[in-house]
Design a binder for this molecule. Structure first.
Ligand SMILES: [Zn+2]
Length: 75
């Protein structure tokens, strides 16, 4: 009873890794699709660091890690 020798175990480990990698790649490719379907945080509100006005993140101007509501406040 030496069917599972060291080579057999190595093959099993490689097979397990391939399945694991394939599964994580599958999850990775599925995630953006479901994310765009739900759109949970598209209109995330951020505060201007000058006037503290809350504006949607996609309209905000982000410069040097700070948030601005307009180009005037960026200076
Ligand atoms: Zn502002």
């Amino acid at each position: 009873m030496y069917a599972l020798d060291s080579m057999g175990i190595v093959k099993l480990i490689i097979l397990a890794m391939v399945i694991f990698l394939g599964f994580s790649l599958f999850k990775k490719f599925r995630k953006p699709a479901s994310h765009t379907d739900q759109q949970p945080s598209t209109n995330k509100m951020v505060a201007c660091s000058v006037c503290k006005t809350h504006i949607p993140e996609n309209e905000a101007i982000i410069h040097n890690g700070k948030v601005y509501c307009s180009k005037e406040h960026m200076e």
